[in-house]
Write a protein that binds this ligand. Structure first.
Ligand code: MGD
Ligand code: MGD
Ligand code: SF4
Ligand code: MO
Length: 695
């Protein structure tokens, strides 16, 4: 790394957990500082456009509150009292505690816990190498992607879709269950360009009139967890009115007369009663879709965070398939390209040391696991030691009361490697200071597009920060864990992963900072066959056999419908809990990240609840007043915002604010549940029946 003597722009990648994975153009200043951050224009998905929170990155990387020294707890658990120690002492103490725990309960008592705070493959996934070699408990990462990926792959057989840049050729762009303006700004950028250039119509489907819905030509406002009903009614009309592509379906799908008979009763009136979209509006949308060839369905994660989320994802995906939209440029569907990059993770993750006999523990059920639920522990030993990187479960995990109770256990030793003193770090025994993305080298793949990208080390880290890779390798050495991956540098790992995945080399990637891995048209559009055996799209999924990583079947999978349908597995409103609450992402935060930056806090202000004015009147509460929102899992106080862009009975709490910005230091996830979404697990963050009363 050469420190510049004058300011210059260098390519980089946004590392945050966001499908956009933007290529960045970062101004590197002398004296180890960064200046402006903008989108890289040459990478044609990013197209020079990034979100405001990352454009302000100088305030995060040069934040005065960054952790810069290892810390040892000096007061009671969770007191926030720590004293500075050296790295050797921190690592020695960690290894001592891990070995003592292992001696008492066996290696599965140690649970390395991580997530996608950085999406860099070396820094995010290296923790697996340590756990595989040491036979520590496995980590089944359900919290974000499982309901969505399962629903998509149930249909296509593969986690891949049509290049989002093809929106430039679309007649109609359907943005379903993602608030793209907040969570992936590039989707909106490409859609709006298509509207300007060729009059493409933008249709959005969501449960509240968010920014994306407001910018759409047609906004379909559904009740939470009812997208399956809307999708079925659209398909009912397509079949009824001769707008379905029957020749395509005969060639490329498992379409049967039985499926047609099933849809015959899924009328627009039936759907209206469930999802709340007027039947005539459903008719108009179906006619519009049927009249255009190139309809592009951009299916988000948001609507899958319901207990019937996998079914709803598959139902929405079935529409472009019935239209035969996949055959046309600018037509088809996209959810994630995460299954397409082919980079080899064998060395990074130490997969050669993987032992399937070691138990997997479910990320979403951390509360049950840490409070000793035998089933969640797979009837194995308790978890008594944890290493945590890139995630803040005390704030973001569901069933928060159990999570906090678990972390407060005196017999649990916790090491948290972090950039800031998060609420998880506050519960730790040892806190280690972590580098940020511009302070280490890493490789990134764009889940929401087609590029592999290099994020190089551009500046020196402050104080004594070390990268995840350095920490994993240093622990491995002290633990006596042996693997060639522990002796390699991040650059060597990147080169190995590329070469062994037939994706070129580090040298090639370094030239432009990215490579475009877009597959040929035929493959991206599944014209050479879908991913299932026999090459057909499945309208009737085999929910027990989805070709994705698995830790067995979870949730009420036996009750899943055979065809797309409204599956009433959600937490329905009851007289005691008459409201349905959605905990949608805030624009200026990224999960719990950016809650530490003044620029984002100034915009998001304080935890609130958006509530329909008539519901507020019935409850006798007004703007700015506090309400207690409760269910069987707990209660949280929020401040009322009146908002008429929801169905009555639906309330929205945007953003994961720090727990400490709420009464009793308990955040929004006190209300969300960790019971697994069928059939492969996941948390239904937007599926909550709640009661509301004046505080
Ligand atoms: N600014 C910002 N950006 C983010 C994040 C963030 O917290 N803030 N989080 C990042 C992460 S981890 C992820 S996984 C991605 C997710 O990104 P996307 O795939 O883009 O999905 P989201 O935008 O999370 O989807 C949220 C939307 O889903 C809607 N929704 C909830 N339930 C339903 C339903 O039943 N039906 C329908 N139709 N809509 C529903 C919500 O109202 C909300 O508008 O975003 C990433 N980007
Ligand atoms: N109520 C509610 N809760 C939700 C959601 C919701 O919509 N509503 N969304 C859920 C979803 S989809 C997700 S993915 C989860 C995400 O939740 P988290 O995994 O907590 O997500 P982040 O806030 O992205 O990242 C966590 C931490 O990683 C740290 N970090 C970043 N880079 C590095 C690094 O290189 N090294 C180390 N050691 N640390 C690093 C950051 O400082 C940050 O504190 O939240 C879930 N929780
Ligand atoms: S849109 Fe997402 S990937 Fe792009 S800069 Fe913002 S957070 Fe990063
Ligand atoms: Mo996520």
């Amino acid at each position: 790394m050469n420190a510049p003597t004058r300011s210059l722009f260098r390519p980089s990648v946004c590392p945050h957990d966001c499908p956009s994975a933007c290529s960045l153009d970062v101004e590197v200043l002398p004296e180890n500082r960064i200046g402006r951050v903008r989108g890289l224009a040459q990478q044609t998905y990013t197209n020079g456009v990034i979100c405001a929170k990352v454009a302000r990155y100088a305030e995060r990387i040069h934040h005065p509150d960054r952790l810069t020294k290892p810390l040892l707890r000096s007061g009671p658990k969770g007191s926030g009292q720590f004293r500075e120690i050296g790295w050797d002492e921190a690592l020695d103490r960690t290894v001592e505690a891990f070995n003592a725990a292992e001696a008492k309960h066996g290696p599965e008592t140690v649970w390395p816990y991580y997530y996608a705070g950085t999406m860099g493959l070396v820094m995010r996934d290296g923790i697996h190498r340590l756990r595989h070699v040491k036979r520590y408990s496995g980590f089944f990462d359900t919290i974000c992607t499982n309901p969505a990926w399962t629903g998509f792959v149930a249909g296509t057989g593969r986690l891949a879709g049509v290049d989002p840049r093809e929106m430039a050729h679309s007649d109609c762009i359907v943005i379903w269950g993602t608030n793209a303006v907040h969570t992936q700004v590039n989707v909106m950028d490409h859609a709006v360009r298509a509207r300007k250039a060729r009059g493409a119509k933008i249709i959005a489907v969501d449960v509240y009139m968010n920014e994306t819905m407001r910018q759409a030509d047609i906004a379909l406002l559904v009740r939470p967890g009812t997208d399956g009903a809307l999708a079925c009614a659209i398909m009912h009309i397509l079949l009824r009115d001769g707008l379905a592509d029957r020749a395509y379906m005969a060639n490329f799908t498992d379409f049967t007369p039985e499926f047609e008979a099933h849809l015959a009763s899924r009328t627009p009136e039936w759907a209206e009663a469930i999802c709340g979209v007027p039947a005539d509006k459903i008719e108009a949308v179906a006619r519009l879709l049927g009249a255009t060839k190139a309809s592009y369905f951009r299916l988000g994660y948001g609507f899958s965070r319901q207990r019937n989320g996998a079914v709803n994802m598959h139902a929405a995906l079935s529409i472009p398939t019935m239209l035969g939209a996949w055959q046309h440029k600018g037509g088809g569907a996209f959810h994630s390209n995460s299954g397409t990059f082919g980079v080899s993770k064998r060395m990074i993750e130490g997969l050669d040391a993987f032992d399937p006999a070691v138990r997997m523990l479910d990320q979403s059920r951390i509360g049950d696991i840490l409070t000793g639920d035998a089933a969640a522990l797979k009837n194995g030993p308790p978890v008594t030691a944890m290493l945590i990187q890139n995630t803040n479960p005390v704030s973001i995990a569901p069933d928060q009361r159990k999570v906090i109770k678990g972390f407060a256990r005196e017999d649990l030793f916790t090491v948290v490697h972090e950039q800031f003193m998060t609420e998880t770090a506050e519960m730790a025994d040892i806190v280690l200071p972590a580098t940020m993305f511009m302070e280490h080298d890493d490789l990134y793949q764009g889940g929401g597009h087609t590029h592999l990208m290099l994020g190089p080390n551009l500046v020196e880290p402050p104080g004594e920060c070390r990268s995840n890779h350095e920490v994993i390798c240093a622990l491995a050495k002290r633990l006596g864990a042996e693997h060639p991956g522990f002796a390699m540098s991040p650059r060597e790992h990147i080169d190995w992963a590329l070469r062994n995945g037939n994706r070129g080399s580090l040298e090639a990637l370094e030239k432009d900072g990215f490579v475009d891995t877009d597959p040929p048209f035929e493959r991206a559009h599944y014209l050479d066959g879908f991913g299932h055996r026999g090459g057909k799209f499945h309208f009737s999924p085999d929910w027990q056999k989805i070709p994705l990583k698995s830790d067995g079947l979870m949730g009420p999978w036996q009750d899943m419908p055979r065809f797309p349908d409204h599956w009433a597995a959600i937490e329905t409103a009851t007289p005691e809990r008459p409201f349905r609450m959605v905990t949608a992402p805030a624009r200026s935060f990224l999960n719990s990240t950016f809650t530490e930056t003044p620029g984002s806090m100034k915009r998001e202000i304080a935890p609130s609840l958006m509530i329909h004015p008539e519901d507020a009147a019935a409850l006798g509460v007004g703007v700015g007043e506090a309400v207690i929102v409760s269910n069987a899992r707990g209660d949280v106080e929020l401040v009322v915002k009146l908002f008429d862009g929801v169905h009555r009975g639906v309330v929205i709490a945007e953003g994961i604010f720090p727990n400490k910005s709420h009464r009793r230091r308990e955040g929004i996830n006190v209300l969300t549940g960790s019971d697994p979404v069928a059939p492969r697990g996941g948390a239904a963050f937007h599926d909550n029946a709640v009661a509301i009363r004046k505080a």
